[in-house]
Design a protein around this ligand. Structure first.
Ligand code: ADP
Ligand code: MG
Length: 223
């Protein structure tokens, strides 16, 4: 599903060059639950952004669902991101003025092709809200929720379009250890129920026990 070959990413700020990725090869199959583990600054976010088509490689090949990413135009990339990839962030990134329901349904409202009907949206959002354990909170706003509950909303939002893969950049970094375990457990369960591939990054060795596979990264290289 994802094939990355000899990928480098160099950031240039004036005369300063930072080699965030230095020749990464990686293949990820459908249905995996994989952790990208490494210390701060090792290149985890850069790698996830490239897999998620948010950023581009400086050199090398990135193939996602058979698409050679470097050949796609902006519209095709936007389409790929919206329909096939879900994102979860360290700081949850919910929209504060929207309710849980509205936050979760938001990606569906952006869809142009294959846009579901109002009833379908309602059904899908309610089904997911129940799966992530927030049925009672569906009409609440993010400020009324705990960190763990906010991340549950973000997980439901990432899954609402039925993406092939969900990318989660340090999803538990702002949560206490008990809540982290619950969130990873929930992601793992959804990986089974929804058959969605999950790729999450972490600098915390504690959460690696939840991964089916672990890819270790250090100084921009897989080790
Ligand atoms: P991680 O997520 O593992 O902490 P990152 O992928 O964010 O690592 O960063 C890898 C390296 O690239 C770090 O040295 C970081 O400072 C650098 N870096 C990341 N983004 C930028 C940027 N936009 N401009 C310059 N350097 C960057
Ligand atoms: Mg990071």
């Amino acid at each position: 599903m994802i094939s990355i070959e000899k990928v480098t990413r160099t950031y240039t700020n004036g005369d300063l060059k930072v080699e965030a990725l230095r020749g990464v090869d990686l293949t990820i199959d459908k249905g995996e639950f994989i952790a990208i583990a490494g210390p701060s600054g090792s290149g985890k976010t850069t790698l996830l952004n490239i897999i998620g088509c948010i950023d581009h490689a400086t050199e090398g090949d990135v193939v996602i669902h058979g698409h050679q990413i470097s050949t796609l135009n902006d519209k095709q990339l936007t389409d790929l991101r919206l329909h096939r990839i879900g994102f979860i962030f360290q700081t949850f990134n919910l929209i504060p003025v929207l309710t849980v329901r509205e936050n979760i349904e938001f990606p569906l409202l952006l869809m142009k092709k294959n846009k579901p009907s109002k009833q379908e949206i309602r059904k899908r959002v309610e089904e997911l809200t129940e799966e992530v354990g927030l049925k009672e909170q569906i009409e609440q706003r993010p400020y009324e929720l705990s960190g763990g509950q906010r991340q549950r909303v973000a997980i439901a939002r990432a899954l609402v379009t039925n993406p092939d893969m969900v990318l989660a950049d340090e999803p538990t970094a702002n949560l206490d250890s008990e809540t982290s375990e619950q969130i990873l457990g929930l992601m793992r369960e959804l990986n089974k129920i929804e058959k969605t591939t999950f790729i999450f990054s972490t600098h915390d060795p504690e959460v690696l026990k939840y991964a089916k596979n672990v890819v270790k990264i250090r100084d921009g290289k897989i080790v």
